[in-house]
Design a protein around this ligand. Structure first.
Ligand SMILES: Nc1ncnc2c1ncn2[C@@H]1O[C@H](COP(=O)(O)OP(=O)(O)OP(=O)(O)O)[C@@H](O)[C@H]1O
Ligand SMILES: [Mg+2]
Length: 562
């Protein structure tokens, strides 16, 4: 940790307040209307009153006059689109906040995260990416959990096994994957390469009998309709299962101690077993491979800074399940890998039972042919791939958009109730050959998001850029439009929050995105695991379009059930 201070003499540099005036650039409703959020009032008071940048004032002195005890007890109801009351839990009526309590919480939270491994590599430290234990900094996190209606949380959890099954069914339909992505293939080199590997597997009639999926389905709760809407489903490198459960533990720990003062109950933060469940799924897959000498290969990026999230899973695999892991980049796998005639993959002479991809989802992961070679021979091997190329393609944004078309879900799912549940969380998704929608998006670009077939954050197009890009595509008359999909923009509630990054607390307005992890393991006809595996809450400054924590847009959060 680079910060040195004690709980009783906190420097004002620990704390900044964002007082910019365009606090709600993406929502038509001002903060005053954010009714279902119990933390709104507590923070609103401070945020709206702060006309002098807090960084110019001695911290404690600046806020001492505002330190007021918190009050609660008001009852609020939240109505869903169908007019059904979805939450009748008491909502708090905050008249202020005890800033001293917050200062103490900041200090305790920073100590807690250092002691419990809620850490990432510090980009300022050159050696942090190479040597474990060197150059660590706490992961970005929110100081308080984000209120979230229990009914919507349960709805999202219920969807996890259905989406797991859906991915598996879609992955088996090679023609559907190839056909749906055929236009995209012509204009997107990265998708082209992935499809080539997939084609080769189809030609070889390669069957993945043991299939492991570690997924994360991301949702936002639309403020106006109160609908839980899916942002996307990640089937490759679903990150933060390691760190997210620590954030829930951190919030529970803080509320156990400070909850009385804040009138918040630590038990309303649901337990989060993501790291244990993902390690369990990997261990079960390893067992199915049935070679006690084989190890799990974690495919990593060479400049990874979120390695402790991955190390958590590896440590649990070793400590709870007695399974060894090795970490290799795609380039290293190309150099050290060997495919035996019986399909066994050896890396550095060690047999690989499971290949767990934490890299390989972005074009930058393949700077040369070497990386593509490694991806291909891993796919050809008998190792269990997490994900296989089919699972990877099933998670592309184009496939998400195809599945939203009428009668498509029916092709893959049998149970009508399941189909209805999945459809309910789909928002508007369109291909760019829908000229009517393109026209609407040019007229009102703020209501849409334009997405290429990319993962890892920072690739989507928003606002006026949507209009500009659509007009350019119309003018160029190429097939480049096939590289994108259009998605209806979701507007979640904007809530004041405390965002912790680099040992500094920022007060700002944030929107949140809930991810639910899912694990699926199947051996031939036997489904060995199809579980919901905990959650990831991410909160980001409301003025930011993108949502990635690693990409620097968001912080890890947890939920406070309302
Ligand atoms: N329809 C939408 N409405 C509002 N915000 C959106 C929408 N789609 C995406 N976003 C925002 O953009 C972020 C990135 O979008 P998305 O998850 O589709 O891209 P990604 O590159 O696959 O990201 P990730 O690294 O999280 O997998 C989301 O986390 C969310 O904050
Ligand atoms: Mg994604």
């Amino acid at each position: 940790m680079r910060v040195g201070y004690s709980s009783c003499s906190l420097s004002h540099s620990l704390y900044t307040t964002n007082t910019h005036h365009s606090l709600f650039p993406h929502t038509s409703k001002p903060i005053q209307n954010s009714s279902f959020n119990p933390f709104n009032k507590i923070l609103k008071a401070n945020l709206l009153k702060s006309t002098i940048p807090i960084t110019q004032l001695p911290f404690v002195a600046a806020l001492a006059s505002k330190a007021v005890a918190l009050k609660c007890g008001r009852v609020k109801e939240m109505e869903s689109q169908e007019g059904i009351v979805v939450s009748t839990k008491p909502m708090w009526d905050f008249h202020g906040i005890d800033e001293e309590v917050i200062q103490k919480m900041i200090f305790d939270a920073l100590v807690w995260s250092s002691l419990h491994g809620l850490v990432v590599g510090d980009r300022n430290s050159l050696r942090s990416g190479k040597v474990p234990g060197v150059g660590m900094v706490h992961a970005p996190f929110a100081l308080l959990p984000m209120p979230f209606p229990e009914s919507h949380w349960r709805q999202a959890c219920d969807l996890a096994p259905i989406f797991n099954e859906l991915v598996d069914r879609v992955s088996l339909d090679g023609r559907f994957l190839q056909d749906s992505l055929s236009r995209t293939k012509k204009v997107d080199v990265f998708t082209h390469r992935l499809l080539d590997i997939h084609s080769k597997m189809l030609e070889m009639n390669k069957k993945e009998e043991i299939r492991l999926g570690l997924h994360r389905s991301d949702y936002m709760l639309d403020e106006q309709t109160k609908l839980l809407l899916q942002i996307e489903l990640n089937t490759i490198s679903s990150s933060f299962a390691g760190l997210t459960s620590l954030v829930s533990e951190l919030h529970r720990s803080l509320l156990k101690y400070y909850g009385g003062k804040l009138e918040l109950d630590s038990k309303r933060v649901p337990g989060n077993s993501a790291r244990f469940k993902f390690a369990e799924a990997l261990a079960k897959a390893w067992m199915e491979y049935n070679n006690p000498r084989a190890v799990i290969l974690v495919v990593v990026q060479s400049d990874e800074h979120n390695m402790y999230d991955q190390h958590w899973l590896c440590a649990l695999l070793r400590e709870i399940h007695g399974i060894a892991t090795i970490r290799k980049t795609l380039a290293e796998i190309d150099t050290e890998g060997e495919l035996l005639p019986d399909g066994t993959l050896l890396v550095g002479g060690q047999a690989i039972a499971v290949i767990y991809f934490r890299a390989g989802y972005a074009p930058t992961d393949y700077p040369s042919e070497s990386e593509w070679r490694a991806r291909l021979f891993m796919e050809e091997s008998s190792s269990i791939k997490c994900p296989s190329i089919s699972y990877h393609l099933a998670g592309t944004k184009k496939i998400q958009q195809e599945l939203a078309k009428p009668n498509l879900l029916e092709r893959f799912l049998d149970n009508k109730e399941d189909i209805a549940k999945v459809r309910k969380c789909f928002t508007g998704l369109w291909s760019l050959d829908d000229l009517d929608i393109v026209r609407k998006a040019i007229e009102k670009p703020e209501l849409f998001v334009m997405k290429p077939q990319r993962e890892g954050g920072g690739n989507n197009i928003y606002g006026d850029d949507v209009r500009e890009n659509l007009l350019r595509l119309q003018k160029d008359k190429t097939e480049e439009d096939a590289a994108y999909i259009l998605m209806q923009r979701i507007f979640p509630t904007v809530s004041p929050t405390f965002l912790m990054r680099d040992g500094i607390c920022h007060k700002d307005h944030a929107i949140s995105e809930l991810g639910i992890y899912g694990a699926y393991l199947r051996n031939k006809d036997k489904v060995l695991m199809n579980d919901q595996c905990g959650y990831l809450m991410r909160s980001k400054v409301s003025s930011s379009n993108e949502g990635g924590v690693a990409a620097g847009f968001a912080v890890l959060d947890s939920i406070y059930l309302t």
